[in-house]
Design a protein around this ligand. Sequence first.
Ligand code: HPA
Length: 274
Amino acid sequence: MTDLYDRLQTAAQAIAEATGHARHDVVVVLGSASGDFPEHLQESTAIPYPQIPGFPVPAVKGHAGTLYSTTFGDNRVLLLSGRVHAYEGYNPDVLTFAVKACLAAGCHTLVVTNAAGGCGDGMTAGSIVLIADHINLAGINPLMGPNDDRLGTRFPDMSDTYTPGLRRLALEVAAEQDIALSEGVYAWFLGPTFETPAEVEMARRLGADLVGMSTVPEVICARHMGRNIIGLSVVTNLAAGIATHRLTHEDVTATANLVKEDFRRLLSALLPRI
Ligand code: HPA
């Protein structure tokens, strides 16, 4: 098989050809809390994942695999609608391929979004939280394996991974939009089980405010490639042991639905200013 670098160039070229744009500026991963965000785009080109060489095809219900190309202000933006997760059995290389291909297509900034359980002080279901940092509790790392120096260094620094200037911008934009936005630390669990109450308590004591099953692999790869990063979580539920009821995917989706309007406003106001 050709090496990763070449496969990324091939995918980036396919994106350029399918969209008619040699370069894009920002890539957004639309997680399961993103609602119908793509349906509100003024003008966009939609490319089904299978048309882009190397893109994985998501299996989870409600995770359609479509790449959208659109503009927000002067920014040409790629939206990944449908992400694959480590718990589906993909190896970390496949899992992060789509994001890396979009970064190879020129994007200087990655915006990651997700649904998460809240475990920190003050977290409430239905709120939007800006990710300030993360804790990798999944026991795997997408950079495992040989390193390609053309993509990034073997031992990437992870301080200020969530770009401080962009965090300030997000808080400013949220205030302007009258949307409450706090900051929190996201802990990545492998899933697909929701966490046990003991695991949530562990994460909380370690400094986590949010628990979830995604985001961190893409963020690590973007950091490796030297890109700017911004992360937004929708707290769809209080995490196990803090919540007084059992957790279901349906509840997660239902709460995400309630927040989707604010989420869309925030993201739409933020994207032109990145
Ligand atoms: N745990 C992990 N992932 C999640 C949760 C949770 O409580 N809610 C939404 N995604």
